[in-house]
Design a binder for this molecule. Structure first.
Ligand code: PMP
Length: 374
């Protein structure tokens, strides 16, 4: 009898199980619609040419070594990343009231944020959209949040944002609840609030003393323009909120497995900065001690050089344009096949995810219809 025999097996994490099923499937025309990773026209992963260029320079740089980074990460990366989301000339960044901490990609930034909010501020309730990226619940549960809840987001009848439902749920959330907001390209619906709606969301969050935590995993990937995609975060910051932003560089730099992420703190008092940094250092010290260098150095090299930043923006545009073109193709195909229903939402949604509004059963029917008519 093993001391481990009492341990039960959990169901697999769906997205990775589906990916494995895809890899194992010998079918020549297989298509992977599960995993949120960019593919080229040939269905291949894409290493951004500007990233490759930096990697080649790094490979030949005798000055680079494998010493530990500081616990809070590579300064040049954290500052450049913080500027990327808040703007390079944002007074909050220039005064130090907005600062970044390097984390293990977006997931790691959310985890450090959750541990910090639970341990240091004693927050106990977190709300994410219904539906949302399924990891939000898990991260907050594992970090000690007893109450992981949802606010209404998707109106499945009209296939759009359930704005009234969202505001009502936020209005009813207890004070100091953490509200996870997708900065842009909402996963999985592809539906974002308009600027006017963001302003109303901000009003409720302020009025009810809730705490905004932005999850920004797709900056620039949604519209092709990183400034446009950061509108909501910048609006909240300029409206005087104290907030956190979990930034991922997985998608917009194609650095999925390098785990480059940044957790931005926006605070309204200089006195808080040193205590926050010391407490976050302890969280990180006990979790993984020091972040990895490679991805962060690539991002820093690009964002700290104007020409390379331009090259990166071109790559972003290539990716965002292709995602948009695929949406148009899909909608055209569905319409030309005479598929019943309205498919306009396929092209009005943005980013890599689409909520088609189809049930499991109608998916199967639709799939068979497409396959047999092609
Ligand atoms: N947030 C959202 C909404 C996401 O879709 C993802 C990636 N699927 C992440 C965070 C985190 O991604 P990563 O840890 O790879 O940066």
């Amino acid at each position: 009898m093993s001391r481990f025999s009492k341990i039960g097996t959990l169901p697999p994490i769906e997205v990775f199980a589906l990916n494995k099923a895809y890899l194992d499937d010998p079918h020549l025309d297989k298509v992977n619609l599960g995993i949120g990773a960019y593919r080229t026209d040939d269905g291949k992963p894409w290493v951004l040419p500007v990233v490759r260029k930096i990697e080649q320079l790094m490979a030949n740089d005798e000055g680079l070594n494998h010493e530990y980074l500081p616990m809070l990460g590579l300064d040049s990366f954290c500052l450049a990343a913080t500027k990327m989301v808040l703007r390079h000339d944002n007074p909050l960044v220039l005064s130090g009231l907005a600062f970044g901490v390097q984390c293990l990609s977006g997931t790691g930034a959310l985890r450090v944020a959750a541990e910090f909010l639970c341990r240091q501020l004693g927050y106990t309730s977190v709300y994410s959209s219904e539906p949302s990226w399924e990891n939000h619940h898990l991260i907050f549960k594992m970090s000690g949040f007893p109450n992981t809840r949802t606010y209404r987001y998707w109106d499945k009848v009209n296939r759009c944002l359930d704005f009234d439902g969202m505001l009502e749920d936020l209005n009813n959330a207890p004070e100091n609840s953490v509200i996870i907001l997708h900065g842009c390209a909402h996963n999985p619906t592809g539906v974002d609030p308009t600027e006017e709606q963001w302003k109303k969301i901000a009003d409720v969050i302020k009025k009810k003393s809730l705490f905004p935590l932005f999850d920004v995993a797709y900056q620039g990937f949604a519209s092709g323009d990183p400034d446009k995609d950061a509108w909501a975060v910048r609006y909240f910051a300029s409206a005087g909120f104290e907030l956190l932003v979990a930034q991922s560089f997985a998608k917009n730099f194609g650095l999925y497995n390098e785990r480059a992420g940044n957790l931005v703190f926006v605070v309204n008092s200089q006195e808080c900065i040193a205590p926050i940094k010391s407490q976050v250092s302890i969280i990180i010290r006990a979790m993984y001690s020091n972040p990895p260098n490679h991805g962060a150095r690539i991002v820093a090299s690009i964002l700290n050089n104007a020409d390379l930043t331009e090259e990166w923006k071109q790559c972003l545009k290539t990716m965002a344009d292709r995602v948009r073109d695929m949406r148009i193709l899909l909608r055209n195909k569905l319409e030309s096949l005479g598929t019943p229903g309205n498919w306009q939402h396929i092209t009005s949604q943005i980013g890599m995810f689409s909520y088609t509004g189809l049930s499991r059963k109608s998916y199967c029917k639709l799939f068979i219809a497409i396959v047999t008519k092609l």
